[in-house]
Design a protein around this ligand. Sequence first.
Ligand SMILES: Cc1cc2nc3c(=O)[nH]c(=O)nc-3n(C[C@H](O)[C@H](O)[C@H](O)COP(=O)(O)OP(=O)(O)OC[C@H]3O[C@@H](n4cnc5c(N)ncnc54)[C@H](O)[C@@H]3O)c2cc1C
Length: 444
Amino acid sequence: MSENPSVAVIGGGLAGLATAVALGSAGRPVTVFESRPFLGGRATSYPLNTADEAGPTIDNCQHVLLRCCTNLLDFYRRLGVADRIHFYRDFYWIEPGGRTSVMRRGLLPAPLHFTESFAKLRFLSLRDKMSVASGLLSVKYEYGKRTDLDRITMLDWLREKGQTPALIDRFWRQVLVSAINEELDRMAAIHGLQVFYLGFLAKADGYEMGVPAVPLGELYSEKAWSRYEDVRFRFRAPVQQVRIENGSVSGIEVNGERVVADAYVLAVPFERVAALAPGIELDLSSFTHSPITGIHLWFDRPVTDLPHATLLDRTIQWMFNKHEGRHIQLVVSASRSLTDMPRAEVIELALNELKEFFPKAAEAQLERAHVVKEVRATFSAGPGIEEKRPVSRTTIPNLFLAGDWTRSGWPATMEGSVRSGYLAAEAVQEYLGQRQHFLLPEIA
Ligand SMILES: Cc1cc2nc3c(=O)[nH]c(=O)nc-3n(C[C@H](O)[C@H](O)[C@H](O)COP(=O)(O)OP(=O)(O)OC[C@H]3O[C@@H](n4cnc5c(N)ncnc54)[C@H](O)[C@@H]3O)c2cc1C
């Protein structure tokens, strides 16, 4: 092994970047191999039309975080970009017709911080609110204690708690399908309880929504990395093979070249692992995908002045105001119903629904529209999957795993990816004889 052993990270998504930032901060030489010409993986941005330099840059899809994403925020701090995340205290819920309710924290301490605004929500009856309150109380008592939460669905759990179908649809589903990117009948209850516990109950500001104020790609710019001299990047460098010989990785094949390091971190999506590292012996047969669809609409005039809102009772779940109320991004998580729908129909559906919530959209002219269908957006966080998620260490001593699908303690999110990257960095450091902690604890 060399005097200061080096690490090769395969994949420049958030998991690979978090591994690199952690190891780089420890003075470890790291090279990140990324098949594309830019960083960020699924959480990135690109010009809408590469031939039009003045044209808009769009995020692969709107990405948001909550203040309870402690490791993601630490990652942004380490890159010096934490101030580019704009946090919002107000959550807007809009019903078809335009009636709007706002949820925000008040003066009472957690877990009572929403009491005042919750009482004023207009889309739930008093009876519904009491039922939600009792459900939240059960979250508080069962999260971290009940042992079967990974084996039952969130829908089963909600039914067990006596939540009515209408209430499930208007409150629980509205929050969770976007947070976990899965339908309630396909989602392990453990993830649903985690969202409500960490986001809504544990700390008064845990729910605050962070929205990047710059295109996602700018968060991982060259300037951001300039403070990590030991971290290098190789772009357009798809790794074809992780060579495993005599029980350990002897090198990787990159564009026909053989590259050797002391440790290797494979930070690619789960569906790439078997082809890249056939000797790794992982059973990933239970993993499936859940899609997300993003719809960008550009109007000739503002259609809303709200920064964002969750839209009730329709296909579209979220609206984000990307620029002066004229560029709107709509998001549908677990969007199986849109996967096979022609793009023109998706745009028509989105436009029709938008008009129900924002009457100004009916008067405005649509100037441009763009649909992003991410069929492989995340893994489906169903019952039984948690125990199948592999940890960072593999059976091969110098090969480690990172990625939102590994056992990060979180579902497939940016926080989950960064957690997996920090865990992989800890495992690498231990292998190289230097125990070190990078993972920050949950807020609660
Ligand atoms: C549409 C959409 C919306 C989302 N919204 C949110 C949100 O609002 N909030 C949130 O927290 N999360 C959201 N997510 C989830 C989040 O984007 C992911 O969980 C996270 O970005 C995954 O990071 P990763 O590093 O694990 O994987 P990836 O981002 O997939 O990174 C893997 C990287 O490896 C590279 N690669 C693959 N094969 C090779 C190879 N052979 N050699 C070299 N490089 C290779 C890829 O190009 C890629 O850059 C969303 C995801 C999608 C798709």
